[in-house]
Design a protein around this ligand. Structure first.
Ligand code: AHR
Length: 319
């Protein structure tokens, strides 16, 4: 199957699948932690999706540590769960534990991040966005917005070694490629958290003459952007005007910031990864092979998209 056909199959699977039932199942979910608003939303949406289907969901919070995720997977195997969801904190180092799950005939579904493995049969399917595309959408938005004006960009990267951090960096570089006026002048990890995003932005501002030479911030998630917005305000800068802000996730707080003119754009990542994952498991139980990649949508939002309406809609979904 070509990449294009696989992609299409994934999108169609998400769009067309009738909510499948996988009741009487126990699923163990090795969750990364609660580093961002998006992550907390993914955890609560997963619980709701499990409840809707009568599935018992056991969540293990790994506190950002791969070793804790490996321990949790081993514990789920020992408990004899029917399936395992894994949101992998980093991309590498999973083969040994996933082989143990395979030997125990427990299907593993990757949620929101991908892994690097020589043996793709170690997982059933991956429910993720195209995170290279997300970065590219953000980069293109910036190129269009500055319309030929010179623009120095500072970048806040996600967790080092996470697939989404690598891909969002690559995607943004792709999005600005060919626009010689747009240049990344500083790039550092903010670990996907508000606190670290603020701290790193403070150092960027200091190093760039109080922020005068910075035209835009690209953050790999909204939480780091929100921390950075705080740092800009404390430095006497006007976020959204003096420094443009574009990020990824579409959490409620970024819509508030967009409505207030303190952020400019965000690319949505749905927190509902578990819904399509449960449907894939139900299909698998019925003998149907789900596509290897179930792709979720990535939509750009700006001030033109009724940010307070978007805020309210997400809040009512339990964000
Ligand atoms: O893997 C998804 C990313 O992880 C989200 O964009 C970020 O907020 C989270 O921590």
């Amino acid at each position: 199957m070509t990449l294009k056909t696989r992609l299409l199959a994934g999108v169609l699977f998400t769009a067309l699948a009738t909510p499948a039932v996988a009741a009487d199942m126990t699923v163990g979910f090795s969750q990364i932690g609660s580093e961002s608003g998006w992550r907390a939303a993914e955890t609560s949406v997963s619980k709701v999706e499990a409840e809707k289907r009568g599935i018992t969901l056991k969540i293990a919070d790994a506190q950002q540590k791969q070793e804790n995720q490996i321990k949790a997977i081993r514990s789920f195997i020992a408990q004899g769960v029917d399936a395992i969801f894994l949101a992998p904190v980093v991309a590498t180092g999973w083969d040994a534990v996933l082989e143990e799950a395979k030997d125990a005939e427990i299907p593993v579904v990757l949620l929101d991040r991908s892994i690097e493995t020589k043996d793709p049969s170690l997982y059933l399917t991956a429910v993720t966005s195209d995170s290279v595309h997300e970065g590219e959408v953000a980069g293109k938005w910036l190129v269009d917005t500055v319309a030929g004006k010179s623009c120095n960009v500072v970048e806040l990267q996600g967790t080092v070694g996470a697939s989404v951090a690598t891909n969002r960096k690559e995607g943004f570089a792709k999005g600005i490629a060919g626009a010689d006026n747009v240049k990344i002048i500083r790039s550092q990890t903010g670990e996907f958290t508000r606190a670290k995003g603020k701290e790193v932005m403070e150092s960027f501002i200091k190093a760039e003459g109080g922020g005068k030479t910075i035209c835009a911030l690209y953050a790999h998630n909204d939480d780091m952007a929100l921390g950075a917005i705080q740092a800009m305000k404390e430095a006497g800068l006007k976020p959204g005007t003096d420094i443009l802000v574009v990020s990824i996730d579409a959490v409620p707080d970024i819509f508030k910031a967009i409505a207030e003119g303190e952020a400019n754009a965000t690319v949505e990542l749905t927190p509902n990864m578990a819904g399509p994952a449960f449907d894939a498991l139900a299909a698998y139980k019925d003998g149907k092979a789900p596509p290897k990649w179930i792709q979720t949508e990535s939509k750009l939002y700006t001030k033109a998209d009724d940010p307070m309406g978007q805020y309210d809609a997400r809040k009512s979904l339990g964000y």
